[in-house]
Write a new protein. Structure first.
Length: 65
């Protein structure tokens, strides 16, 4: 149950702060993977349009396995 929304969190974090290179292991359920932080600092200031885009994400570019 802890990973219920982890895929959404990972997808948003990887787009808002690509420099941090968040691993998909946690949302995939890999044993020993580190959970995602509660919040992050984006790589650049987000405009309203950026936030709208993040909220419309449908996991594009996500590995399928």
């Amino acid at each position: 149950m802890l990973r219920y929304a982890a895929t959404r969190v990972w997808s948003l974090f990887r787009r808002a702060a690509p420099s941090k290179e968040f691993s998909p292991d946690y949302h995939r359920g890999v044993e020993g993977a580190d959970p995602y932080p509660l919040w992050i600092k984006p790589d650049k200031k987000l405009a309203l349009a950026d936030v709208f885009s993040l909220m419309r994400d449908h996991y594009e570019g996500r590995p399928t396995t």
